[in-house]
Design a protein. Sequence first.
Length: 272
Amino acid sequence: MALEKQVMFLLTRKKTIEGRDLIRTFEALNYTPQSIRNVLTRLKKQSYIVSFERGFYSLTLNGLAAYNLSLNKDNFYYKQWDRKWYLVFMEIPETLRKKRDTFRNRLVGLGFGHLYKSVYVYPWNLTDKVLELIDLLELEDHVTITVSQEFLLNKISPEGSPGPNRASAIWNLEEINQYYLDKQLWLEKYKSEFNQLINDPDRDILSVFTHYLSLMEVKDDLLEKDPMLPPEFLPGSWVGTSVLSTVDYQLGLLGNLLSENPDYSAFVPRSD
């Protein structure tokens, strides 16, 4: 989660935030004051944030739209697959190369797999997000979306099954699983620091908040890399679900502490 996205996240949760509070928060995350000011200036130039009162910042409607579009998919490991496949076909001319590359990269970030040249496939319904992206990039005349429950030839092959369209190859699951294994090791090392913070009655609330933001960044990164395929397409050694559950658990504990503090409770989603 880039600094720009973190700033916009905070402003989606709180209508107005003073600049010095943003600087104090992100300095604790090892950003320099100048880099934070540069981001605020850049977001203002993009009309994503506005400063109605000197030193105070709010998110604009354009900023909210940009933030919502940047959000990654939900954690589909908690959902039941309806056995539908969503396919995106594109024929975008070379004159629109920049938009084409942006569209492709965002599709992959949302979890779509590259099935054939200019054809992308995904088992979860992200049609609304894809349509928003198409609208933003003005690609309506160059993209077709369809949904089907059946492949008549060369279906997406589950783990261990033969076929040219193996899920493990389309989504490069071996590389993603290795990334999860590395993150699992990081979480093991982080556990003692996390437990010390949680169990310290004199804990600094800003430290709780920065740990919360850091873990949100970890989760956002994992959700972008992981297509979260239905279980039948995942290798037996897959650790993704376990790692994400650990991150969610730690975020929940930190969120509980933040929700008790009036200065930070707004940044934590309500459980109701």
